[in-house]
Design a protein around this ligand. Structure first.
Ligand code: DX5
Ligand code: ZN
Length: 228
């Protein structure tokens, strides 16, 4: 079975920004593998969130790698700035650029891992010319723009399809899922093939974000152990 170590990636979009350092420390101590940073421009998605200065501050406040998820138009113009700020992985949307190959190359030139996200209505075949050269495919399991939305169940089939093409074409990308990931669907997502679980609300909108990470990890481990 073609599998990478499972990652829990707390999305700070749901954190309390007034105490962001403490929020990140709590999930780091609980075993989170990566911190997910959602960047929104009010154009590609109907919301504005955070940008380069937060990534800069976070890179000094945690030893965990930073996933920067760019939900912005013209992502290629911002790759270098986020890389310099301390991004480890930069994830751009397939729908946001006509020059995906060029943008992916520019992410690699900055010595970052490249990820490509696809919206719920975007089929995985749109990545077929690039999936052997990217480190992550991020399946959006909600329409991007807001935290706390309901998981779209039809997206699970794309996770299975990606797992199949990955082994058929001998690729090595991680399969990430982002949006509406909660304890209750963790098992189903991991069984379908998810390697990285991005979760905001279900981790930070709880009294104990560290405990939420540990519970999600446990649910994921149970699903992994039951896989054939
Ligand atoms: C959605 C963002 C997500 C978001 C997930 O546009 O890309 O990373 O933070 O939030 P929850 O887990 O609350 O659905
Ligand atoms: Zn995200």
């Amino acid at each position: 079975m073609n599998r990478r170590p499972l990652e829990i990636a707390p999305s700070i979009l749901a954190a309390n920004f007034a105490i962001l350092g403490a929020e990140v420390r709590a999930v780091e101590e609980a075993g989170a593998a990566v911190i997910h940073v959602d960047v929104m421009d009010g154009h590609f998605v109907p919301n504005i969130s955070i940008g380069v200065p937060i990534v800069q501050s976070l890179s000094k406040a945690t030893r965990l790698p930073l996933d920067v998820h760019l939900m912005i138009e013209r992502p290629g113009e911002f790759v270098a700035a986020f890389a310099k700020a301390g991004a480890h992985r930069i994830i751009v949307h397939q729908e946001a650029t006509a020059h995906l190959d060029r943008v992916v190359a520019s992410i690699h030139e900055q010595n970052c891992e490249a990820g490509v996200a696809i919206n719920p209505a975007t089929p995985i075949r749109t990545l077929s010319e690039i999936w052997d050269r990217i480190e992550t495919v991020l399946v959006m399991t909600v329409n991007p723009g807001f935290g706390g939305q309901k998981f779209i169940p039809q997206t699970v089939e794309k996770i299975r399809e990606l797992r199949d093409v990955r082994s058929r074409y001998n690729c090595s990308f991680r399969i990430g899922v982002d949006g509406g990931v909660v304890l209750e669907n963790t098992g189903e997502l991991v069984t379908a093939g998810a390697d990285t679980l991005v979760a905001g609300t279900s981790i930070f909108h709880t009294p104990n974000p560290g405990a939420a990470v540990r519970e999600m990890r446990q649910a994921a481990n149970e699903a992994i152990s039951q896989r054939v």
